[in-house]
Every structure is written in C-alpha cells, then in structure tokens.
Design a protein around this ligand. Structure first.
Ligand SMILES: *[C@@H]1O[C@H](CO)[C@@H](O)[C@H](O)[C@H]1NC(C)=O
Ligand SMILES: *[C@@H]1O[C@H](CO)[C@@H](O)[C@H](O)[C@H]1NC(C)=O
Ligand SMILES: *[C@@H]1O[C@H](CO)[C@@H](O)[C@H](O)[C@H]1NC(C)=O
Ligand SMILES: *[C@@H]1O[C@H](CO)[C@@H](O)[C@H](O)[C@H]1NC(C)=O
Ligand SMILES: *[C@@H]1O[C@H](CO)[C@@H](O)[C@H](O)[C@H]1NC(C)=O
Ligand SMILES: *[C@@H]1O[C@H](CO)[C@@H](O)[C@H](O)[C@H]1NC(C)=O
Ligand SMILES: *[C@@H]1O[C@H](CO)[C@@H](O)[C@H](O)[C@H]1NC(C)=O
Ligand SMILES: *[C@@H]1O[C@H](CO)[C@@H](O)[C@H](O)[C@H]1NC(C)=O
Ligand SMILES: *[C@@H]1O[C@H](CO)[C@@H](O)[C@H](O)[C@H]1NC(C)=O
Ligand SMILES: *[C@@H]1O[C@H](CO)[C@@H](O)[C@H](O)[C@H]1NC(C)=O
Length: 437
C-alpha cells in the first residue's frame, strides 16, 4: 500500500514538465543560422537587432537573439575555456550582449552535446559547467543544444537522453551555485528518440524534425508531423518546429521562396501549435508583408497565452482519412481553446483554391445549440456570427485562423418542425426513441 503510494508520486514527478521558473511560454526571438550560417559578425547581428526594433518585432515579443554555430574560435584555451572569436566580436561578446540588451533583446548561446558543434567548433561534452560559466560571463541566458560529433557509447555509457541530461543537470547546479535564473534549454536533437516524450523533463523545447527548408513541401511536412504530436506541447515544454522561414531567405521573393499565402499558413501553424517563434531570415530589407506576418499580434497572443498552454490539434484530416500521415497533405481542420475564444485553423493543402467546410460542433470546445461571433485573425476583423457551420474558400496552400466567441442561444428556427442534433445519429427523445434526420 505504502509502496504503491510512493511509486505513483514518483511517476507523477517524472511526467511533469521542468518548471524551474523559466521557459513557461514558447521562446520568441531570432537565430543567425538559416540566414547566415557561420558568416556573421557583430555588425551583421546588430543590424538584425536594429531591424527587429525598427519593425516593432521586439515590441511584439521577439526579445532574444540566438548566436547559432560558429561564434567562438575552433579551439578551446589550454585550460579548456571557450574563446570568443575576436574577428567576429572586436569589442568582445560581453560588449555585444550589452549592446543588444539596450534594445530589449537578450542573448542566447548555441553548443552541442558532443565533442564538436555541427560546424566543427568546440562542443560542450565534458565541459558543461565550465561553458555555462563562460556563457554567463558573456551575458547569455539561453542555450540551443545540438547533437553532432557525439562520443562513442563506451565513453558516455549513455544515450541521447543521458547526454542532454548532463547539460540539464549542469544548468540546475550552475543556477543554484550562482543564485541566478537557470538557462533555458532548447534541445536540438532533430526529433530522434521521441523527445516529445522526455524533453520536458530536461528542457523547455525540443525539435521534432530535421532542419526546415524555405519552401512549401518542407512546411507541409512539418505540419503533418506536428499534427500527431500536438499533445506534447504545454507550459514549460514545447514542440519546436524549427525557425520561421518568412522574409528574405536570399532567394529574392518578398517572403522568401514561400508565397504570401504559404507564409501565412507557416506562421499560423507555428503560432497555434505553440512552437517557439524564432525568426530565421535576414530582416534588414524586410518587406511590409514579412513584418505583417511575423508581427501578427492576434496570433502571437495565442502563442503566448498566459492561461492556456495547449496547442491546437486536428479534429478532422479532410481529404485523407483521420490520422493518416501524408507529408504533402497534412490535416486540414484544427481546433483548440484560448483565453480569447475557441480557435479554428483551416488549412488548404491543395495546389489550387479550395472550398472548406466544418460544423462548429466538430470542435470539442464549442457548445452545441449556441451561435458564435467570428473574428478573423488575419484580416483582424469581426466577420459576423456563425450558426452551426462555416464555409470558406481558401487560396492554394492558404489558411484561415478564426476565433469564435459565444453569441447566445441559437434562434428558434421555423419551418423544419424538428430540433437540431449536432451529433445527429445520437440524440433521442425522452421516451428513448432516437431522433433521425
Ligand atoms: C587546434 O588545436 C589542434 C590540436 O592542438 C591543432 O592541431 C590545430 O592547429 C588548432 N587549430 C587552430 C585553428 O588553432
Ligand atoms: C572505447 O573503445 C575504443 C575501441 O575499442 C577504445 O579505443 C577506447 O579506449 C574505449 N574508450 C573507453 C573510455 O573505454
Ligand atoms: C521553391 O523552391 C523549391 C525547391 O527548390 C522549388 O521546387 C519551388 O518551385 C520554389 N517555389 C517558388 C514559389 O519559387
Ligand atoms: C538591402 O537593401 C540595400 C539597399 O537597397 C542593399 O544594398 C542590400 O544589398 C540589401 N540587402 C539584402 C540582404 O538584400
Ligand atoms: C497524400 O494525399 C494526397 C491526397 O489524398 C494523395 O493524392 C497522395 O497520393 C498522398 N500521398 C501519399 C504519399 O500517400
Ligand atoms: C476555454 O478557455 C476559457 C478561458 O480560459 C475558459 O473559460 C473556458 O471554460 C474554456 N473552454 C473549455 C471548453 O474548456
Ligand atoms: C455537419 O452537420 C450536418 C447536419 O447535422 C451533417 O449532415 C454533416 O454530416 C456534418 N458534417 C461533418 C463534416 O461533420
Ligand atoms: C472577414 O472579413 C474580412 C473583411 O471583409 C475579409 O477580408 C476576410 O476574408 C473575412 N474572413 C473570412 C474567414 O471570411
Ligand atoms: C449549415 O448550417 C445552416 C444553418 O445555418 C444549414 O441551413 C445548412 O444546411 C448547413 N450546411 C450543411 C452542409 O450542413
Ligand atoms: C417518442 O417521442 C417522440 C416525440 O414526442 C415521438 O415522435 C415518438 O413517436 C415517441 N416514440 C414512441 C415509441 O412512443
């Protein structure tokens, strides 16, 4: 009896998210890798920071810059310390992080759970506490942790979990020794070994896929994958769908290689699935469309909802049967709840415009027998009330993001003579006779 009680407490503890005071909501920020790879320095990153301020993105919540791979020298010092690259940071990293803090932007570091980072710079295996100390001196408070160049099994006696746990433990011990806030830990192990099952025990987000690419087939494939994992996100732990490829990806079109409608679908899915929102494009010549999409306050406030941490999930797949995985045709009809109303995300996976239809009561969060005010989170307009169902025409690869709020009971409908039953085969009269229509 006693044993049972104790073991169930342990199970509850194991399943809980890492609530160490940071990382309750998805991170918002900027990451250098997709736009610049190793080819960046103080001047380039500062111009991104300036663009973020100028376009209102910091004010919208993008308040962190992740220096991805390549910000140190390739060798540690003789005492094992990371060395800042003096060419990239002529005034030193500490001065750089102070500079962006003046803009309201914090600094995030990148490293690796192996001997080297993916680009061959020093990894933190065996140097976990030492590196945390160094990053603290340089002014960082967040760590994106990659998974390249791992030691042989006989060296670590550990799997992915154990190598990431080394850093998670080091973060806890560093925070308690220095009486400071723990670093946020972002696990970048590309979705190997189901991090949505255990990532929340060690860190605050975990990548669910390999690297994103700036074209629609990559976006659709990540959305398809996320459709099966949406339950994995919640406060203090988030499925990370990778960076936002919205903006100048160096391929010349106003929203990268994505069309305007594709970019809107990309942002809607990332925001409503509670992924970290990390910009991965060059913002210096950002177009009005890019800023409109990245700065969508209606979607950002859902992503950052202080009362409801769960992501939207599909209630009907659409063209394909429910729960069928299809990288080009992900689930089309999604719902969830928020502090601001019931959420619907409707996605058109087809290469041409399509008519989309759903009954309101297909969503678990809708009350039957009520009408709803409809707010469109892209046009930012109230679009009247909905009775029982909504029909939409969406452009190729387009999206609708709707917020519904109760507008009272359905009006008495004259003419049919019969009451309505949302689950039409299940309603019965009090005498036990099924209603059928
Ligand atoms: C790094 O250290 C290795 C081994 O000590 C040495 O062979 C190499 O030249 C060094 N590389 C650089 C870029 O300093
Ligand atoms: C791991 O195995 C390799 C190959 O047998 C060996 O060279 C190395 O010394 C081993 N390392 C440890 C830590 O046992
Ligand atoms: C985007 O890039 C992909 C892959 O290179 C290509 O197949 C597609 O046609 C491009 N789309 C646009 C709109 O340029
Ligand atoms: C941004 O625009 C400026 C001025 O038109 C141009 O010199 C620069 O090359 C552009 N940068 C990018 C990344 O396109
Ligand atoms: C994905 O779904 C579409 C629409 O049903 C279908 O045409 C296509 O063959 C499917 N792809 C695969 C790989 O099953
Ligand atoms: C949806 O969230 C709101 C706001 O937190 C809450 O009042 C409401 O009860 C929730 N609805 C459901 C069906 O859980
Ligand atoms: C929507 O509701 C109507 C009327 O109850 C029903 O006939 C139809 O099958 C429903 N469609 C879906 C997709 O649930
Ligand atoms: C809502 O109304 C606006 C303004 O008329 C329109 O642009 C938008 O497409 C409408 N949204 C939906 C989902 O019909
Ligand atoms: C949608 O709801 C309306 C009532 O507002 C009803 O007349 C219509 O038949 C419904 N459409 C479908 C396809 O169920
Ligand atoms: C049950 O009640 C309904 C509605 O009043 C009626 O139409 C139906 O005939 C009744 N069934 C039986 C078996 O009495």
């Amino acid at each position: 009896m006693l044993f049972l009680v104790v073991s169930s407490i342990c199970l509850v503890k194991l399943a809980a998210a890492l609530n160490n005071g940071v990382g309750r909501l998805p991170k918002m920020g900027y990451d250098t890798w997709n736009a610049f790879a190793c080819n960046y320095d103080q001047e380039k990153v500062l111009s991104q920071a300036e663009a973020m301020v100028k376009h209102g993105l910091v004010e919208a919540g993008y308040n962190s810059i992740i220096l991805d791979d390549c910000f140190t020298l390739r060798n540690r010092s003789t005492d094992g310390k990371l060395i800042e690259d003096p060419k990239k940071w002529p005034n030193g990293l500490k001065s750089f992080t102070s500079e962006i803090k003046k803009f309201g932007i914090s600094a995030s570091a990148y490293s690796d759970a192996g001997y080297r980072t993916c680009a061959g710079y020093p990894g933190s295996y065996g140097h976990e506490e030492q590196d945390l100390q160094t990053w603290t001196e340089w002014g960082f408070d967040y760590l994106k942790y990659d998974n390249c160049y791992i030691p042989f099994d006989n060296v670590t006696d550990e799997n992915i979990y154990g190598r990431y746990q080394r850093m998670s433990d080091a973060i806890a011990s560093h925070a308690s020794q220095t009486q400071s806030e723990p670093f946020w830990l972002s696990l970048c192990e590309w979705g190997w070994q189901q991090p949505w099952l255990w990532g929340k025990q060690l860190g605050h987000s975990w990548r669910i896929n390999g690297d994103i690419e700036p074209w629609w087939s990559a976006i659709a494939s990540i959305i398809n994958q996320a459709s099966f994992l949406s339950w994995g996100s919640g406060y203090y732990g988030h499925n990370d769908m990778d960076m936002l490829e919205i903006g100048n990806t160096g391929q010349g079109t106003p929203v990268g290689n994505l069309t305007y409608d594709e970019a809107k679908s990309h942002f809607t899915a990332w925001a409503l699935l509670k992924s970290p929102l990390i910009i991965g494009t060059d913002l210096t010549n950002a177009t009005r469309e890019t800023i409109e999409i990245l700065g969508n306050r209606d979607l950002i406030r859902i992503n950052q909802d202080p009362n409801i941490g769960e992501a939207v999930s599909p209630f009907r797949w659409g063209i394909n049967p429910d729960y069928v995985s299809n990288a080009t045709h992900p689930a089309q009809y999604w719902t969830g709840n928020s502090s601001y109303g019931v959420l619907f995300m409707v996605l058109n996976p087809f290469d041409q415009p399509a008519n989309m239809f759903f009954n309101l009561t297909e969503s678990w969060a809708i009350r039957a027998g009520r009408i709803y005010h409809v707010y469109d989170m892209w046009s930012h307009t109230n679009n009247g009330t909905a009775l029982r169902n909504i029909s939409l025409t969406l452009p190729a690869h387009g999206v609708a993001a709707l917020l519904l709020n109760d507008a009272g009971p359905e009006p008495e409908l004259t003419g049919t003579g019969l009451p309505y039953c949302a689950i039409y085969w299940q309603c019965s009269w009090p005498n036990g006779t099924y209603f059928s229509n």
